[in-house]
Write a protein that binds this ligand. Sequence first.
Ligand code: PLP
Length: 378
Amino acid sequence: MEHRINLDANAGLMPHPQHVARVLEKIKGALNPSSLHRPGQRARALVEEAREAVREFIAAQRGDKIIFTSGATEANSLALYGSNVLQTSSIVSTSIEHHSVLEVLHDLNARGLDVKLAKVTPFGIDLDNLAAQISSTTKFLSVMAANNETGIILPVAKIAELARNVAPKIIVHSDAVQLFGRAKTSIDLLKADLISLSGHKLGAFAGVGCLVAREHVDLTPQVRGGPQEGRMRAGTENLIGIVSMGEAVRELSPKLDQLIAKMRTGRDQLWHEIEKRCPKVERLFNEATTLPNTLSLRFPGSRSDDLLVALDLKGISVSAGSACASGKPEPSHVLLAHQLSHAQAKEVIRISLSGDELPEELVRAAEQIAQCNAANER
Ligand code: PLP
C-alpha cells in the first residue's frame, strides 16, 4: 500500500492497529449491555469501564453524566436541543462554531428563539462583542474550545466567567472536540456545564462520542425509547465504539504531554520547511493562541481545492476548509468570519498533525507542498 502522510488529524485519526486489536479482544464474548445474561453483563461492565475512563480523562466528578452518543454532532444536538432552558429564552454563541452547532442554532432561531452569534476578529474571538451579546435573560452559551479549521483556542473559562457575572444561571456548553488530546485541559478548567467530545479525534473509531453534563444540568433526551444512558439516549449502546473511546483516552493520558510536545515540534518544523520553499505563503493566526498541531496557511494565487487534489495524488492528505464542508464550493464560514475575502479564503489549506509524523515525512510533505503550489499558482 502507498505510504501516505496524513496531515489532516483534525478531521480524524486512524485508530492504531494495536488499539483495534485490544478493543476486539476486549469485546469478545460481550453482547447487548441491556441483557441480563452473562454476555450482556460483560458488555455492561465494559460500557461502565469506558465511562469511568472518560470521566477520569476529563476530570469530571462522580455525579456528572457522561452520555455516550454517535459522535460530537449528536452530543452538540443533545446539548442544544436538550437543555430545557432553551424554550423561552435566548442563546449566545459564536460565528465560528462547527456546523453541528450552527445548524441547530439556525433551526432554533427559525422556531422563534433569540440567537446571537458573537463576531470574531481576524485574529481570534472578539470578547467585547461577545460580552455585549450577553444579558441577564441569556440562558445558554455555546462556545467551542478550539476551532477545527484554524486551530484557534477560545478562552472558554474566561468567557464562562464573564457570562456568569451577567447571567448567574446561564448554562455554558463547549464543543471541546478539538481541544482534548491537543492540550492539557479538563471540564473544570473550561468552567463549562456541558462539553461535547468525539472519539475519532482521540484515536478511537469514528461513530462514537459523548456529551458530559455536570450534575446540576437538566437535560431532555432527544432519542427516546429504552432506558439506556441513564434514559438520556435510547438505543442499544455502540459497544465497540464505546470500548474504543474508553481505551483511546486511557492510551492517550500517560503520553499526552509528550504528544503535545511532538505536535508542536512537528508543526514548527513543517512551517519552517514550507516557509523557506514558498516565499509567498502566509501563516494565519497567532501560534500562541492556536492548537499545537494546526497550521492555517494561505498560498496567494493558489486555489486550495486544486492544491488539495494535487497533494492527494502525491500521497499527502490536507484539508481545504473543514472536512465536513469539503465537496461544497463555498469558502469556509470560519475564514469569512475572520474577515478573509471569498478569494482569500479559497487559498487557505489546513494542515493538522497527529504528533506521530517523522521529521523526514515532514520534509517530504513540505517539498511536495512547494512543488504542487508552484504548479498550481496562477
Ligand atoms: N465539532 C468539531 C469542532 C469538530 O471538529 C467535529 C468534527 O470534525 C465535530 C464537532 C463533529 O464530530 P463527529 O464527527 O464526532 O460528529
